[in-house]
Write a protein that binds this ligand. Sequence first.
Ligand SMILES: [Zn+2]
Length: 89
Amino acid sequence: MTTKTKQVPICGEHQILKEWREATFEYSDQGITIRVPGVYAWVCPEDSEASFLPDTVDELISTVRELYETAKRAKERRSELTEYLVSVG
Ligand SMILES: [Zn+2]
């Protein structure tokens, strides 16, 4: 499967074609932020807002949930640890 066979989505807000490039998947809840950089997504060149494919989200969400639980436990012990950065690949 190549990106050429996919239809390039248009940003509804800016009316421009999105770009297929690396972005940072971000999950935030109760003061804990999990960021996974280097994830391919459709990105609006105007405001860098990324639209992740459902397959990508499915793949990432279990990892992110585990990290979130770990972060939550860490937060209970040391409140200053509220941000985690994860690199995949
Ligand atoms: Zn946009």
